[in-house]
Design a protein. Sequence first.
Length: 92
Amino acid sequence: MSVLVRIPTPLQKLAGDKAELNVEATTLQQVIDQLASQNDEFKARLLDDSGQLRRFVNVYVNEEDVRFLQKLDTPLKDGDEVSIVPAIAGGR
């Protein structure tokens, strides 16, 4: 199943300077594994030591937050869009 993955600017260097990638995956975990197969640092940037999504990384499947779905086990189907959005903090 082909899934479109939107890569945020801070991680695009790890993806060959691409803003979007098509990967073959049926779960969010498989998407991350595919990204990590291209560059090991992807996994370190997205997952903590226990293998869960880092708190400051938001991931959406078709605009739905995976934390309210099945997290890394969220199933994907052909044509789904996965967006990785790093949290931004700061300001006054």
